[in-house]
Ligand binder design. Structure first.
Ligand code: ADP
Ligand code: MG
Length: 184
């Protein structure tokens, strides 16, 4: 008699959001920044931003950087691939790395540019166009997938890719998903 096993389906935690306008995007970025400083490992989070050109990935990152204490002009890393920033956490510098892999073409660049060291080191890592370097990035704690509904409104899914990322999704339940004008 053959034994039948039920397939093991590990459901991926996911939450949905709605940002009706850019102010809502900014508010949610602010709330997330506050949480990142509190969650275990949150200050070293790896977060992928996904979505079409113009979805709002860079816009969201800029609001998040500001909320993390980054001052001065915020350059986009489109040409440099990575832009290092310094946030502020408990009065201490908080390293934050903003990647945009859109123009990344040579896999050797990964080693040469020292990206391996950045990902092994401390600090918040935010990645646009992670699919351009698929297989080289560590698994992200979160994937934030942004979809434009019209000019100002965005539908957003947040997926966890690590154990701690799943824990953050759970612990953020009240403050980030259910309450406030950004909730669905
Ligand atoms: P991406 O990095 O995904 O290519 P950008 O952030 O560069 O996209 O561009 C998004 C554009 O959409 C910006 O001009 C931004 O002002 C606009 N926008 C309008 N509403 C929103 C919103 N709710 N969230 C984010 N961006 C928005
Ligand atoms: Mg962008």
């Amino acid at each position: 008699m053959s034994e039948r096993h039920a397939p093991i389906v590990k459901s991926q935690p996911v939450r949905t959001l709605h940002w009706p306008d850019e102010q809502a995007t900014q508010r949610w970025a602010g709330a997330l920044a506050a949480h990142l400083t509190e969650w275990p490992g949150g200050r070293d989070a790896c977060i992928e931003l996904r979505g079409d050109l113009g979805a709002g990935k860079t816009t969201f990152v800029r609001h998040l950087l500001r909320a993390c204490g980054v001052r001065g002009r915020i350059k986009s890393p489109t040409y440099a691939v990575v832009e290092p920033h310094q946030g502020e956490l408990d009065g201490q510098p908080w390293p934050i790395w903003h990647f945009d892999f859109y123009r990344f073409s040579d896999p050797r660049e990964w080693e040469d540019a020292g990206f391996r060291d950045i990902f092994a080191g401390p600090g918040l890592k935010l990645m646009e166009w992670p699919d351009k370097v698929a297989g080289q990035l560590p698994p992200p704690d979160w994937v934030i997938a942004i979809e434009a509904e019209d000019e100002s409104s965005r539908r957003v899914r947040v997926l966890a890719g690590t154990e701690r990322g799943s824990a953050w999704l759970e612990s953020a339940h009240q403050a980030l998903w259910l309450e406030g004008p950004h909730a669905l």
